[in-house]
Design a protein around this ligand. Structure first.
Ligand SMILES: [Zn+2]
Length: 160
């Protein structure tokens, strides 16, 4: 959740220079959308008592579908709604990308293709620590770094 939010915040800061075009609520939408693919855990548990994880919600289609929605809404000039669709596309897309990068494998183009995609950076780089532990440490470090950059940024803005 944190990484896509930070990425967007960083991009917003670097590219847009002002926050008027992309208010904080969009950053929040990206963060929430970043959690969306894991909704398969509670839903499957609720309905079957079994946890089905990394299924259809972890394909590239979710993000692409919202990207398509963005294009259509942009075309019919519903720009505010289009932005929300774009944020959801970025959020869900980065979740799936991070899952592939960090640990485990995903069938990105299921049911069109059964191929599995995996990079498995965490087990490759840190074979002796658990994946869950690695995620926790990563999240904590990211949050700490993010807060630090916000404080630094404020300070710089105070000077100029
Ligand atoms: Zn996931």
């Amino acid at each position: 959740m944190l990484l896509p939010m930070m990425l967007l915040d960083f991009l917003r800061h670097k590219v847009l220079k002002n926050k008027r075009n992309l208010p904080n609520r969009y950053i929040l939408i990206v963060g929430l959308a970043g959690l969306l693919p894991d909704i398969d855990i509670p839903i499957s548990y609720l309905f079957s008592g079994l946890v089905v994880h990394r299924g259809i919600t972890h394909t590239a289609w979710v993000s692409l579908l919202f990207l398509l929605g963005f294009a259509i809404l942009q075309f019919v000039k519903k720009h505010d709604m289009a932005k929300i669709f774009l944020m959801i596309s970025i959020g869900t897309g980065s979740h799936v990308a991070l899952d592939v990068l960090t640990a485990g494998s995903l069938q990105l183009f299921y049911p069109l293709s059964n191929a599995y995609f995996a990079v498995n950076l965490i087990p490759k780089l840190f074979p002796h620590i658990g994946v869950t532990f690695a995620y926790t440490v990563l999240d904590a470090l990211l949050l700490f770094g993010w807060i630090a950059t916000i404080i630094l940024r404020r300070r710089v803005q105070d000077i100029f």
